[in-house]
Design a protein around this ligand. Structure first.
Ligand code: AMP
Ligand code: GLY
Length: 443
């Protein structure tokens, strides 16, 4: 398997066996899309979850253990490893897999610094002339205080290192900003980035890259705060939708031209080509799109709605990226349908979540047309039950002719599921459906 078709063009393959690393709803969405690609003849997930177990072989491997992941890939003779989360990327798992001669979709540890270090990302953006907010790297509380005063409120304080989406505090209160900065600085080698506040709706755009060529996916919007109306602390993401009916038609082209291609080119020039998903988090300000952050992987839960709308086969795309042949991939096709996902979270998430509760209703969700469930923090309980095992437990997806219908279906499906103590946002995609999202200064 994995060979190039004798009669096919370069970069085409007959049959690929894929190993997906990760255990969340993002990986469940990836496994689902890969399994649906005729070129993919087997999918293995490690460690996976009960949702993935229904369509793929799950192997109990620690995602950040490079030697174990490489050994597993070799044992199953996979043609491609797809790495979902950031932790294994930053830990160098992609490097280890490639060193073993196996194609890998996911950046090297060096390239993953675009996510792993906020200050490195800022440095690359400056070198590539990518539009972003002003920021200052601070290693002492005195520097922080000075930067906070220079930029003024609202204050944006970011842990320089990886923090699972929870390292950022945006606040009007100087004391709260200082307190978060202190907590970050207290860590070994701690540093924080103080940033200018960027106003405007946020967009997540994923681009697939082989290190040189860039293929954009369709944009989505994420809901980071835990409560309705964007209240409460940041989470990994409580829901998402796509497409963005309010976005400018040339948004994707503009972001590829001004952000994605210059960044990918800069990384290649530095000798650390970025192979994988460059996740561009943008604020659409009155002065145009500005990068809020880069991630080195697919976003969760945005991936759940982006892949729900992808008509082109995913396996061929990721294999081409991993083997440097993205230029030959035909233009991606997208469904006109809309997709909305709502995350069902365990009690107390994003704090320490309550776990071990039985989830009911999973078997009746698909009675709702266009709806299905992706598993995140779940595990098998006794007597064939499925129980909660993490903060974000499920990602419920609804597809429909437009956002309103997709949204109705997602919430109808959420209503069929019971999990003691769980919570979810009730306003995912609501403003978009009502036509209440707009970019300042645009018509
Ligand atoms: P990050 O981890 O950098 O994506 O930040 C998490 C969230 O904090 C973002 O999705 C934004 O909602 C918010 N945020 C981060 N940086 C800024 C900024 N410079 N201006 C406004 N909001 C920001
Ligand atoms: N949903 C944002 C992230 O994956 O970081």
């Amino acid at each position: 398997s994995g060979r190039r078709g004798d009669s096919g063009r370069r970069g085409e393959v007959d049959a690929v066996k894929v190993l997906v690393i990760g255990a969340g709803a993002r990986e469940h969405a990836l496994v689902t899309a890969l399994a649906a690609d005729p070129v993919v003849d087997a999918v293995i997930a490690a460690p996976g979850n009960p949702g993935m177990a229904a369509i793929a072989l799950c192997e109990p491997v620690e995602a950040t253990d490079a030697a174990a992941v490489t050994a597993l890939a070799a044992r199953h003779a996979v043609d491609l490893v797809v790495i979902g989360p950031e932790a294994p990327l930053v830990a160098g798992v992609a490097d280890a897999v490639r060193e073993a001669g196996i194609a890998c979709y996911g950046p090297s540890a060096e390239a993953a610094r675009l996510e792993g270090s906020k200050s490195f990302a800022k440095e690359v953006m400056a070198a590539a002339d990518v539009p972003t907010g002003m920021g200052r790297l601070c290693t002492s509380i005195e520097e922080v205080a000075e930067a906070l005063d220079a930029f003024g409120a609202p204050h944006v304080v970011k842990d320089d290192g990886l923090a699972a989406g929870k390292g950022v505090v945006v606040t009007d209160e100087r004391e709260a900003a200082l307190e978060h900065a202190r907590a970050c600085l207290d860590k070994e080698g701690g540093a924080v980035v103080i940033e200018e506040f960027l106003d405007g709706p946020e967009v997540s755009l994923f681009v697939v890259s082989d290190g040189h060529t860039v293929v954009p996916l369709t944009p989505a919007q994420d809901f980071k705060r835990v409560f309705d109306g964007d209240e409460g602390p940041n989470t990994g993401g409580m829901g998402a939708y796509s497409p963005l009916p309010w976005a400018a038609p040339d948004l994707v082209d503009e972001v590829v031209r001004r952000v994605a291609q210059p960044t990918i080119t800069e990384m290649a020039l530095r000798g650390t080509p970025f192979v994988g998903t460059l996740f561009i988090g943008l604020a659409l300000t009155s002065r145009g799109p500005r990068v809020i952050e880069f991630n080195a992987r697919f976003g969760d839960p945005e991936t759940q709605v982006v892949l729900a709308r992808l008509l082109s086969p995913l396996g061929g795309l990721l294999y081409a990226a991993a083997t440097g042949t993205l230029e030959q991939v035909p233009r991606l096709r997208w469904s006109d349908e809309a997709a909305v996902t709502v995350v069902i979270a365990a009690e107390n998430y994003p704090g320490t979540p309550r776990t071990g509760d039985v989830i009911e209703g999973l078997d009746v969700v698909e009675e709702v047309p266009g709806a299905y469930v992706l598993h995140a923090g779940t595990r098998f309980g006794e007597d064939g039950t499925i129980v909660s095992a993490g903060g974000r437990v499920l990602s419920v997806v609804g597809r429909g002719a437009d956002l309103a219908q997709a949204r109705e279906r997602a919430y109808a499906a959420v209503g069929r599921i019971t999990l003691d103590g769980s919570h979810h946002r009730a306003d995912i995609a609501l403003q978009a459906v009502r036509g209440e999202v707009s970019v300042a200064g645009s018509v």
